[in-house]
Design a protein around this ligand. Structure first.
Ligand code: NAP
Length: 318
């Protein structure tokens, strides 16, 4: 294990936290845990030796373990920060090595599928409390993380009904101290809400950027040149990590297909309004959607400053 030192910490919520996977989210948790003194010791591991080396160089953790099995040793909080498709395999690897009474959590963007993957390996006396910090950028990797990523963003916990309330409260305290607002809901509800607020918007962005790239009548250079017309905002979302988003769609199939069905119906209605020249219908819809944007700003999830996609690496709530 490579050891690196950091500033002194006070009043930790956990003695030893372990993060498996140190990309955007894992490294951001490491930053904020260190910055706010949320754990006495931070141990991390990642499947990639390049990532482990980089994490040691950046001094993100007290210990960088070669394997996930070694990393979880004696940790009272273990957070799986790997792509959704890898969570089950990591759970299988670490399960026999988890400390009794440890809290096992994750940050996966999908909850039902993650729970189904983890539960079969869960030892007794380990508290499994799934979580999803609804915060992100289109960047990935250990250099992308920063301590304020979770500030004023939501972190959704989906504890099973039989979860120990003290363990839930401790994990909630960790996320609150990291700057997040904590909400508790069922995994099924989480998956439905995130399908419409995050997953389908990403699919639309991937689709529109893909369509533009395929257009033969419009050249690639024109797509870039005139991108300020709205296209640029989609390209930011469509630049998101391909592994992460492949796994999201494969693991939240039902909710995404349900929301996509509604979206397609509404798109067809819009198509009809345009064909029939229904200006009033278009105007009414656009007025309603503008009010939604204002609501998001009022709730502090976005600033009112004009942006046009120009700010650098702003958290976008994915
Ligand atoms: P990321 O930047 O790509 O980091 C994931 C890290 O996990 C990578 O270093 C990856 O290594 C490593 N990894 C992959 N498989 C592993 C395994 N079996 N064992 C150990 N390490 C492994 O991804 P991220 O954006 O931090 O996302 C991580 C999780 O957070 C995902 O479940 C995602 O759904 C969730 N999430 C993401 C966002 C967001 O906006 N990005 C927001 C909220 C939640 P390699 O690169 O070598 O594969």
């Amino acid at each position: 294990m490579a050891e690196t030192s950091g500033p002194p910490r006070a009043a930790p919520i956990f003695e030893r936290i372990c993060l498996i996977g140190v990309g955007l989210i894992g490294s951001s948790i490491a930053h904020v845990a260190r910055h706010k003194g949320l754990a006495r010791t931070i141990v991390v591991s990642d499947a990639s030796s390049d990532v482990r080396r980089r994490v040691a160089e950046l001094g993100l953790a007290d210990k960088v373990a070669e394997t996930a099995e070694a990393a979880v040793h004696d940790a009272d909080l273990v957070i799986l920060c790997v792509p959704v498709g890898a969570i089950g395999e990591v759970a299988r690897q670490i399960a026999p090595h988890l400390r009794e009474d440890a809290i096992l959590s994750d940050v996966g963007s999908v909850k039902n599928a993650v729970i189904a993957e983890v539960v079969p390996f869960l030892p007794q006396n380990v508290h499994f409390i799934p979580a999803h910090p609804v915060a992100g950028t289109e960047e990935s990797g250990p250099d992308a993380g920063f301590a304020t990523l979770f500030r004023n963003r939501w972190c959704i916990l989906t504890p099973p009904p039989e979860a120990d309330p003290q363990a839930v409260a401790r994990l909630a305290a960790f996320w609150s101290a990291a700057g997040a607002n904590v909400e508790i809901m069922t995994p099924a509800h989480h998956d439905l809400v995130l399908a419409i607020t995050s997953h389908v918007p990403h699919l639309i962005a991937y689709n529109i950027v893909g369509t533009a790239a395929d257009l033969e009548e419009v050249t690639q250079s024109e797509v870039i040149k005139f991108s300020a017309g709205g296209f640029r905002d989609f390209t930011r979302i469509a630049a998101s990590d391909p592994t992460m988003w492949r796994d999201v769609f494969l693991n939240n199939k039902d909710a995404v297909l349900e929301m996509l069905g509604r979206f397609t119906e509404d798109l067809t209605a819009l198509q009809r309004m345009i064909r029939r020249g229904d200006g009033q219908g278009l105007f009414d819809l656009f007025t309603r959607t503008r009010a939604i944007r204002r609501g998001i700003i009022e709730q502090g999830q976005e600033t009112a400053a004009p942006d046009f996609g120009r700010r650098k690496a702003e958290p976008n709530g994915e």
